[in-house]
Design a binder for this molecule. Sequence first.
Ligand SMILES: C[S@@+](CC[C@H](N)C(=O)[O-])C[C@H]1O[C@@H](n2cnc3c(N)ncnc32)[C@H](O)[C@@H]1O
Length: 267
Amino acid sequence: MKEHLNLSAYNNIEDLKNFTEEQFCNYCDDKLASCEKHLHFINNLTLPKNFNICEIGSGNSKLLYQLELHKKINKGIGIEISQSRYNFAEKFKSYVKSQKVENINKNIFDVTPDEKFDLIIAVDIVLQLITPISADAESKLMTWIYQNLKEDGYIILELWSFSSILKKLSLTENSLCTWEEFPASDPFKYILSNISLDKDNNISWKKKFIKKDSYEESVFNNILKPYTKEQMSNLLSKYGFKNIEIFDFWKEKNDCIQDEYIIIAKK
Ligand SMILES: C[S@@+](CC[C@H](N)C(=O)[O-])C[C@H]1O[C@@H](n2cnc3c(N)ncnc32)[C@H](O)[C@@H]1O
């Protein structure tokens, strides 16, 4: 069977060949700084002094490194399916001289951790990229998280309800085009997006990146499953999670994009 496009969507993202040494360092510094809000949020949870954390879809592992730099963790595992992002995370690891973070370049469903975690986190729509990949992916993911959390361990998910996008799609015959400019430290200048709903009512998001120096284009598409706060809360309850709480921002208002929210729960 053909592999779901979400499993390879990030294959060329953060490819080291797009970064000079100087760009790499500036980019890593920016990414670490962008985690200050997550750190603030995590500091407000009741976790052991040095906790064990697993990040699903860890990207370049910036959050894990920032937690280590702030002496918060005993061990951090980052699970990231994209080879280019894993390679980037490994170079980032040397850059910050990390000793406590292990990057694993695998699909989450191919990983069986040897120990349970105090905190499992999936930041920036990761869950919504994983649940559309097969009919049973949602239940497999919920079960994976539950089984790999310690008693009283926390789960933190950042999700996007897509409610404004869904509303716009209903007014634009199911096709929405947007663009965004990247910060100076990024090798890409613009991202152009084309958004529509697929046959399963998931969001089909087609992105085109335009490079700064050469105007070279690269394309990547993914399918995202929208969840309202209520749907996600019900899903977590169904799988046995308790103390479910929802937040509209990490540290201060507007540090999440419109319609994004954070949901936390305990085992
Ligand atoms: C939107 S990015 C978020 C990255 C990171 N959490 C952050 O906040 O920068 C989603 C990441 O999840 C990864 N991913 C998607 N499906 C995955 C899977 N089945 N197993 C592991 N990683 C996955 C992607 O490769 C991508 O790097």
